[in-house]
Design a protein around this ligand. Structure first.
Ligand code: ASP
Ligand code: MG
Length: 405
């Protein structure tokens, strides 16, 4: 008898028909004699509309009360799912995060799980129940309801799988698994049978979002192997696990494109110690997450000066431009140029560690497409370039074709 944790996201429980469909899936597993714990999100759109309601009262509602409010979204779904299972004649009991023993710190709206004592879950499973747990929520040691940050139901499922020592953890969503590229842009994209935690994290950080990154980090830390698959068909999904030798066979696991980036270039920044520290400290204080940074060598006569470019998420561009403007007289650069029309194209794969010439092949492919590379950054298993937005999809297709097919 296996213990399975299944998580269903907002779209998979988006209406009563879909909830009945989830109940049928759970029933099929249970018929094989498995014990099933189901984690559900709020029905799609519910969390957003609850946030909207609060904002109609005040733009800055208290975070404790937001947690109280948002936790009700998942609480609706657990009850509805239990009702659907009972309707099929299957004993089922729903539990809030707190009832399931999920204890978090007190950082409202983005709490971290501190420990899980799933006593009630075990007892209900042993009595023959399917147990349905509300995702995205927990409570503090003092008994205040908390939530785990947007998309946090994934984390609930992974953490519960670890705490219950589950044999299998399945994340059901509205896509079939993890693909070598976004199939809407690259029609040739293939579904991956498996991917390592690190590759999945690099792809997510480069714009290919299938799951909340924190939950993948958690899975890596606790060695939880999980499968991402669709709740709308029976196709096998993608297994996410620790890197294995065989994974190095492929040079590149996937290609991703992030169109949500913007760039600021400071022209003729005086080249002296402390300047970069001053600029990036000010940006950090304004909670702007800087992604890539490129600084050129000094040029010009007299005081040496250099150009400095960096990227950030597009919604942060205005705020970043203001911070930079406020430093103009102190730092003494000539002008600041902003550019929203960029795309960040990345290739990811653990095979990069053992294959050479990967960057050269990527750059050659871009050259053939007459795509100019504006910035480059690399990690051990990733190469990213910033390119012109208008050519970014064409570039993505070409790079996918060169490495994957
Ligand atoms: N309902 C929450 C959200 O929309 C949590 C989740 O869906 O995982 O962010
Ligand atoms: Mg969701």
């Amino acid at each position: 008898m296996a213990l399975i944790v299944q998580k269903y996201g907002g779209t998979s429980v988006g209406n009563p028909e879909r909830i009945k469909n989830v109940a049928r899936r759970v029933a099929a597993h249970r018929a094989k004699g498995d014990q099933v714990v189901v984690v559900v999100s709020a029905m799609s759109g519910v969390t957003d509309s609850l946030i909207k309601l609060a904002k109609e009262i005040t733009p800055l509602p208290s975070e404790r009360e937001m947690d109280m409010l948002l936790a009700t979204g998942e609480q609706q779904t657990i009850a509805l799912t239990a009702i659907a299972l009972q309707q099929l004649g299957i004993p089922a009991t729903s539990l809030t995060g707190a009832q399931a023993g999920i204890v978090t710190d007190g950082v409202h709206t983005k709490a971290k799980i501190q420990n899980i004592t799933p006593k009630k879950v075990h007892a209900l499973l042993d009595a023959g129940n399917v147990v349905i747990v509300a995702g995205f929520q927990g409570e503090t040691a003092e008994g205040h309801i908390t939530t785990l940050g947007r998309g946090g139901s994934d984390l609930t499922a992974i953490a519960l799988a670890a705490a219950l020592k589950a044999d299998l953890c399945q994340i059901y969503t509205d896509v079939d698994g993890v693909y070598t590229a976004d199939p809407r842009i690259v029609p040739n994209a293939q579904k991956l049978a498996e991917i390592s935690y690190d590759e999945m994290l690099e792809l997510a950080g480069s714009g290919a979002k299938v799951m909340q990154s924190r939950s993948v980090e958690f899975a890596k830390k606790f060695g939880v192997v999980f499968e991402v698959r669709s709740s709308l068909n029976d196709n096998p999904g993608t297994i996410v696990k620790e890197e294995t030798k065989s994974m190095e066979g492929a040079v590149i696991r996937g290609v991703s494109l992030d169109k949500n980036q913007a760039k600021i270039t400071l022209v003729a920044v005086p080249d002296r110690p402390g300047v970069a520290a001053r600029i990036f400290k000010a940006l950090a204080e304004a909670t702007i997450n800087v992604d890539m940074i490129v600084q050129n060598v000094s040029h010009g006569a007299g005081t040496p000066a250099t150009d400095l470019s960096f990227t950030m998420d597009k919604p942060d561009l205005l705020k970043a431009a203001k911070v930079i403007e406020s430093l103009k007289s102190e730092v003494g650069y000539r002008e600041a140029l902003t550019d929203e029309k960029i795309g960040k194209l990345s290739i990811v794969g653990v095979g990069m560690r053992s294959h050479s010439g990967v960057a050269a092949k990527m750059f050659e492919t871009l050259a053939k497409e007459a795509v100019n590379i504006e910035m480059i950054s690399t990690s051990e298993i990733k190469i990213s370039v910033v390119i012109e937005l208008a050519k970014s999809e064409q570039a993505m297709k070409a790079v996918h074709k060169a490495f994957i097919g």
